[in-house]
Design a protein around this ligand. Structure first.
Ligand SMILES: C[S@@+](CC[C@H](N)C(=O)[O-])C[C@H]1O[C@@H](n2cnc3c(N)ncnc32)[C@H](O)[C@@H]1O
Length: 260
């Protein structure tokens, strides 16, 4: 899967907001060791470093392109270590005080196994803090899955369609039974995406930086624009612009903070 840091970061401001909302609810004063799972381009890890300047931060991600951007942005800052690995298999060598993950764990299935495993990896007194998009039922995602399973596309794209890995809140409560305290919530943000020069629909541009990634990677250069055109048609109907050209884009996100 080929991630594009430039495309992803084009909505950095809107994508940073949930990371900041999660950060605000982590009741740790001075974690010494932090792991940022699915750290991407490292922009959120830099915010973690600003809040806890003494912390050592390990960012883990499977995308070499995202990690290259993270490394460039933190060159010479010995607090950061960047590791290329699959989160499904990765475990820390020593228990971190904070296991943090913003907008990444929804790429992994089987949260019933993943979530207790991550909590168990945290040092005593530490925290697991996670934010995940919970938007699979929204038109942005439903339209993607619907177009990908049409006869024209399903041979190449049906394997990219996933069921929602983000489960009901009560499941997370059960999976976090070993925690000394938990804080769970869902927020629906109303992003107002500016109109784009060149005419791309802003929701399509947003999705190109994230959920569309595996679909586009599965297509060749000829097919990709045709698939995007089919998807764009559905998205334009579902997300019309306001009179001023901005496009309202509601987006639900799930938050989990669990203390060891
Ligand atoms: C939407 S980006 C979020 C990046 C960053 N956490 C942020 O908030 O800006 C999701 C990241 O998760 C990474 N990712 C997805 N599945 C992964 C996996 N199985 N193992 C490691 N990283 C993964 C992707 O490479 C991507 O960089």
């Amino acid at each position: 899967m080929t991630w594009n840091p430039g495309q992803y970061l084009s909505y950095e401001h809107a994508r940073m907001r949930p990371a900041l909302d999660l950060l605000a609810r982590i009741p740790l004063t001075a974690p010494g060791a932090i792991v940022d799972l699915g750290c991407g381009a490292g922009n959120v890890a830099q915010v973690l470093a600003a809040r806890w300047p003494q912390a050592r931060i390990v960012g883990v991600d499977s995308s070499g392109a995202m990690l290259a951007t993270a490394r460039d942005a933190t060159l010479g800052d010995a607090r950061f270590t960047w590791i290329e690995a699959d989160l499904g298999a990765w475990t820390p060598e020593t228990a971190p005080d904070l296991v943090f993950s913003n907008a990444a764990l929804h790429w992994l299935n089987d949260h019933a196994t993943l979530v207790p495993r991550l909590l168990a990896a945290v040092a005593a007194g530490g925290a697991l803090a996670v934010q995940m998009p919970d938007n699979f039922a929204a038109p942005s995602h439903a339209a993607l899955f619907e177009v990908a399973t049409r006869p024209e596309w399903r041979d190449r794209l049906a394997r990219c369609v996933r069921s929602n890995p983000v489960c009901p809140m009560t499941d997370y409560l059960r999976w976090l039974a070993a925690a000394s305290a938990v804080d769970l919530w869902t927020t629906e943000y109303m992003h107002l995406l500016p109109g784009l020069d060149g005419g791309e629909h802003p929701v399509v541009a947003w999705m190109k930086g994230a959920a569309l990634t595996p679909f586009l990677a599965a297509l060749d250069d000829d097919a990709r624009p045709r698939f995007i055109a089919d998807y764009r048609e559905r998205i334009a109907a579902a997300y019309p612009p306001l009179d001023d050209g901005r496009v309202p884009f509601p987006f639900r996100r799930r938050f989990v903070v669990a203390m060891r």
